[in-house]
Design a protein around this ligand. Structure first.
Ligand code: SAM
Length: 305
């Protein structure tokens, strides 16, 4: 985020493109050990969290991002009990996972303890007390190191990390070597769900590369996109696994599971949404076939800015 003039700031995507926001107040701006963090009250999107100048989530539309990141995979799993979230500092991914009453434990590994403390203080609407739920286990540490060292296995692993900026803490969590480690920590019917960056035909190289890289490791990979207005660009998500195929679960079965698990008051996702989610546009399918490359520890991928 750079101040453009007076009460306007701009989030730049590349050297030549960005999104202008009007803001009322900067609540916090400072460097943590890992990244630049800004919490800003805007006119159109309410409160927003930015890390290294990039919009992470806004009060007005975070429900779209977090519901799509969590529920298509979690609901497709027939009986999820143990979930791991990597990243997710605002606590909203945790909030959505905990809605499913069948989930017994959620480990959340977030590298930046200051994001969690600031979220507790300034982003109440995001976490809604989820950090204090008895099923939550918050670990401050690097997600990759945790996955390398833990002996636990999970029904679902959700990667909710920042974009792979070259100076940021996330770029080694987008590689084929990392996904191999994740696969070892999944139960047989386990799944991986992640945000894959924009699915825009202009800037979609990262999503296409994540998709291709996941395909090297998992038996199936499903991709879909959603509109999250504060991100300005269409947003991509992937679900990978070996047994459960989310697109095969019917609308009625999804609604039945949501009801049975006492998941109420969702604003973006239900059985009907699920049924249409994996019927992607030709433009997205073309992007995924044409623009990707294998992401490796020795050959990582970075966002343009
Ligand atoms: N909605 C977001 C987006 O659009 O990219 C992601 C949200 S969440 C705030 C991203 C979190 O990932 C941040 O809090 C950041 O500290 C965390 N993170 C980045 N790299 C990480 C790592 N290596 N291990 C664990 N957490 C990490």
């Amino acid at each position: 985020m750079e101040i453009y003039k007076d009460n306007l700031f701009v989030e730049m995507y590349t050297e030549t493109e960005g999104h202008l926001h009007g803001f009322k107040k900067v609540l916090f701006e400072g460097k943590t050990e890992f990244q630049l963090m800004q919490i800003v009250d805007t006119y159109e999107y309410g409160r927003c969290l930015l890390l290294d100048g990039k919009m992470q989530s806004s009060q007005a539309d975070e429900f779209i991002y977090h519901e799509f990141l969590v529920h298509p995979a979690l609901t497709a799993h027939p009986d999820p009990k143990n979930v791991l979230i990597v990243g997710g500092g605002e606590g909203a991914t945790l909030r959505e996972v905990l809605r499913h009453q069948c989930v017994e434990q959620v480990d959340m590994v977030e590298i930046d303890g200051q994001v969690v403390s600031f979220a507790k203080e300034h982003l109440r609407e995001w976490h809604q007390g989820s950090f204090e739920d008895v099923r939550s286990n918050i670990i401050i540490g690097d997600g990759r190191k945790y996955i390398e060292e833990t002996s636990k296995s999970y029904d679902l692993i959700i990667i909710d990390i920042s974009d792979p900026g070259d100076a940021g803490p996330a770029y080694l969590l987008y590689t084929v070597q990392f996904y191999e480690l994740v696969k070892r920590r999944l139960k047989t019917s386990g799944m991986l769900a992640l945000q894959a960056g924009t699915s825009s035909v202009i800037y979609g190289e990262i999503m296409a590369s994540v998709y291709l890289t996941l395909q090297k490791v998992f038996g199936y990979v499903a991709a879909f996109e959603a509109s999250v207005p504060s991100f300005d660009l269409p947003w991509g998500f992937c679900i990978a696994g070996n047994e459960v195929v989310p697109g095969d679960i019917s609308q009625d079965e999804i609604d039945r599971r949501l009801l049975g698990r006492f998941v109420k008051d969702l604003r973006a996702y239900d059985g009907e949404t699920h049924a249409g989610l994996f019927k992607t546009t030709k433009a997205l399918r073309n992007l995924l076939c044409e623009k990707g490359r294998l992401i490796e520890d020795q050959k990582p991928i970075y966002t343009p800015l």
